[in-house]
Design a protein around this ligand. Structure first.
Ligand code: FES
Length: 416
């Protein structure tokens, strides 16, 4: 298999083990006539481990990660790679947790390279020594995406609850030295969005060619902290103005991707291009997911690659078939002419906000639950205006990702 992609995207979460599903609202028994035969899983994301030295307040990992089963071994990951590539997968993301926590990462990369994947390592940089980056280069790693939390040491270290700012700067230098494109990712939220100018200056100093400024998506640990992290519309407007000035200054030298937070839109994003369409995630214990956050959706029967082939996972499992097509949709999505464009938005967001994954994503202003989003935005504006957005204050109330706090997420019942 020699097909390789020239450039990776900068961005980029057992039937036998899961008890019989108690159908949650909106999750009906599988309806065979609703099944839609998908194309291949073009994008494969392997979350190799939930182990991570950082404790980020916006981490998208499931809040109950410490209760999941043991990690897959090297042979299992290699089997997954072979089966997925045989199905047609071409883009490979290696993430976590921190994928560098696996000491077989180089072996996994070497196999993926032999199979012809375009391989993107998504990392905090912690553990990326010169010896390891040299070994990963030798193994065939194509691309490294390095995350930063902020332009200042103080906030970077606060948000991750570690002292890692200097270390990340050294890793950035190593990435350049080993001739990788310099790709930085910074997750934006209330506490750092006012630093967009400084973040971009730092990226320029580091020689970044690509910068992804990704506003926080509110799943996992970020969901627990949403009311402390959601920025105001005014903050967002200022950040976009700063961004445009910077773009005008640097021109083509740096490509900047700015992902607008969903909550400020009136139409939802086509999350995952529709579940079960192109993305396949395998979590550390082998549970396969149609999106990185789908583990929390109650009633979704998820396969595990320990017992099920990737082919059966993709084409035959209830967990991957459930949200294909539009038979699962409720109104207003079901009769909406835009449903083929946005697929009703994000299932995980619909579940977290309304308690029913089959509802329209409340980001959509046609949703009867849209007020849940506008109220959250209004609350953020009021809180910020009241001056409660400083880290020292937030420190009292933010929930940091930590295995000792790892519990299932709770969903507030929607007010309609
Ligand atoms: Fe799961 Fe959007 S994150 S569907």
């Amino acid at each position: 298999m020699s097909e390789r992609l020239a450039e990776g995207s900068a961005s980029f979460h057992t039937d036998e083990q899961v008890p019989a599903a108690t159908a949650a609202p909106g999750l009906r028994a599988e309806e065979p006539e609703s099944r839609v035969r998908p194309g291949p899983p073009l994008w494969l994301l392997l979350e190799l481990t939930y182990r991570c030295p950082l404790h980020c307040v916006f981490c998208y990992n499931p809040t109950d990660f410490a209760t999941t089963g043991p990690e897959l071994g090297t042979d299992d990951w290699i089997r997954v790679l072979r089966e997925a590539r045989a199905l047609g997968a071409v883009q490979l993301g290696l993430s976590g947790g921190e994928p560098l926590a696996r000491d077989d990462l180089e072996t996994i990369v070497a196999e993926a390279h032999t199979l012809g994947f375009y391989i993107n390592l998504i990392t905090s940089g912690i553990g990326l020594t010169e010896a390891r980056i040299a070994a990963l280069k030798q193994a065939g790693l194509d691309h490294i995406q390095l995350s930063f939390q902020d332009s200042s040491r103080e906030l970077n270290d606060f948000l991750s609850s570690t002292r890692t700012f200097e270390l990340k700067s050294k890793v950035a230098a190593l990435i350049r030295k080993y001739d990788y494109p310099m790709v930085l990712n910074v997750v934006l939220h209330r506490l750092n969005i006012d630093h967009v100018g400084e973040i971009l200056e730092l990226a320029e100093q580091m020689g970044a060619q690509y910068v992804e400024l990704a506003n926080t998506q509110y799943y996992g640990w970020a969901w627990l902290n949403r009311d402390r992290l959601l920025p105001s519309r005014e903050q967002l407007r200022r950040a976009e103005e700063t961004l445009e000035r910077f773009r005008a200054k640097v021109g083509q030298k740096m490509k900047i991707f700015f992902v607008v937070p969903d909550y400020f839109e009136t139409r939802p994003k086509a999350c995952m291009n529709g579940l079960g369409s192109v993305f396949l995630t395998v979590t550390p214990d082998g549970t396969a997911l149609p999106c990185h956050a789908a583990r929390m959706l109650p009633g979704l029967i998820l396969p595990n690659v320990r017992a099920t082939s990737v082919k059966a996972v993709w084409y035959d499992s209830p967990g991957f078939n459930h949200f294909r097509g539009d038979a699962w949709m409720k109104e207003p999505c079901r009769s909406c002419p835009e449903k083929t464009k946005d697929f009703g938005g994000c299932r995980c967001q619909a579940y977290l906000l309304t308690g029913d994954a089959a509802n329209a994503d409340p980001v959509c202003d046609l949703s009867p639950h849209h007020h849940l989003v506008t109220e959250a935005v209004a609350t953020a504006a009021r809180t910020i205006a009241a001056g409660a957005s400083k880290p020292r204050v937030e420190e009292q109330v933010l929930v940091f990702r930590d295995h000792r706090l790892s519990i299932p997420v709770t969903v507030a019942p929607a007010k309609s």
